[in-house]
Design a protein. Sequence first.
Lengths: 301, 340
Amino acid sequence: MNTGEINKATEDRSGKRRATSNGLMKSWLALREHPLTIVGLAIVSAFAVVGILAPLVIPYPEDIGSSVHLEQSLQQPNQEHPFGTDDMGRDILSRVAYGGRFSLSAGLLVVLLSSILGTPLGAIAGYYGGKIDTAIMGIADLFMGTPHLVLALAIAAVLGPSHTNAAIALSIPWWPTYTRLVRGQALVIRSSGFVEAAKSMGASGKYIIFRHILPNCVQLIITQSTLQMGSAILGIASLGFIGMGAQPPTPEWGLMVSLGRAYVTSYWWYVTFPGLAIFIVVMGFNFIGDGLRDIFDLKLR
Amino acid sequence: MKLPVYVLKRLTTVIPMLLGVSALVFFISHVLPGDPAAMIAGTGATYEQIAAIRIELGLDKPLYEQYLAYMRRLILEFDLGRSIYSHRPVVSDLLDYLPATFELVTVSMIVTVSVGILLGSMSATRKDGVVDHFSRTLASAGLAMPAFWLGLLLQILIAHRLGILPVTGRIDATVLMKYPITRITGIYLLDTLVTGNWIAFRSSVLHIAMPAIVLSFSSLSHVTRFVRTSLLEVLNDDYVRALKSYGLSERIVVYKHALRNAIIPTLTIVGLRYSYLLGGVFVIEKVFDWPGLGLYGLSSFIYLDFPSILGVTLVFALLRIILNLLVDLSYFFVDPRVRV
């Protein structure tokens, strides 16, 4: 790489930094410079719209439950059934389209729960420091030290396998990620001039956390949450696949792949399309997350 | 700092970590709803039968007493209780299933690290070249692809259609009958290699190839990306430019000097990825019918077999901690600054 290129790179970065400080509109302009992020947004919105409108738009709404049409079971993709049919003769396209509801809402639940749990703890640990910090981070380290999926599986098993429980189970090992990130940010903000000023005017810790620290963590949390949505959807699908998530006849993507596994030798479409849906939607979230990270100029991890 | 001091210092953090993890899982599995006694007794059991089982397992005592008793037995007698499902001591179950998982995870780790460093450094040295685009696409795909799906697609393509590799299992059953494996470590690749059992070795290699590649895929993406970024950073450093201006060949500059510095931060990532690989084991072992801790753990989770759940969790936590320790130790050898 020559020096000209390096100069250009630094210029770009400072340009972006200016953009974010000038508010949302500039962020949107910056977003447009990242074509992949736009692609990601398009993918995710498409899945969200289809998921929300699913009962109205899918060709065979009765196939999302446990209906059986054995006379048309395991048909390969054709005009009536573009993704083929499964062993019960249900339309796979309808089930995949409806399944987006489950995956997106479960992913959202994981992200919400873990960020709501992790963020305030991180702000408190970072702002107050001392013994409170040691205690909170000790607990966080403990959760991080336990292999994530093992912990999630243990919780899912005890709560009883269901789609919602899988989401709850996944959020338990994940909250420390937010605690760590927010704590790091809080440590920086704590020593900044405006916090000193607020303190000198007698602001309480609560005020500083809510008015200064948390608003300054918004970009960080949004980016982390977007990146985490992808992993959360993968995790939910994995739990569904191994039987610790959604139960039949729910049209959950991981569960569908798992059911199709028995037919994998001669009926490729059964496992292919639900898996493809997971792949595409996770890719979409990753594109958005990567773009946000570049735009906000953050260093996660 | 001397090496033994360093190891000791790290070891002192390992023990509280293990204690904490075991307590965490112990309390989660006992506080949340779900009654192991009722599970063991089965659906037709009377209330008295369930109560009797509860007393037999010590479930009627306060939680902290149960935990202390559990840890006492573990430390003094190396006893983790009896599995509710298999009716065998959990320790012997774990010892039976651990080698298969260890073998799978280690082979995946070797694939991850070697291919990741290779691809990462190739794309960093030829930024925006063909290899760079290929490996970046591969990396984005790897991060989004559900492992179980990739496994099934490879099974359809490579095993069923092309017939190159076996679909599932750890070794061919007829091979195992004709050429039995002497159990030394329980790791097939190692045992067959040591005893010179080439036919069984070949069968094991063929069987482990697909699951190991699938398991390593997402971690491979992380390592490749990371090596690429850190190597690109290092390649801009003054000392690299100085070496180049001395007329050293690019190969020597990159692979002997720059890569060495780029690998130090990568080691941390490798340690982190190991725990993801361990988590991936549950899914991969199910897809490939790999008879390891993942499959064993799954059945114990499904049957709420608390003694084995705890055992499996402890083994996974232990493996993770040991690996982190090894990563820290490797810093000691790769990065002389740690020794100061």
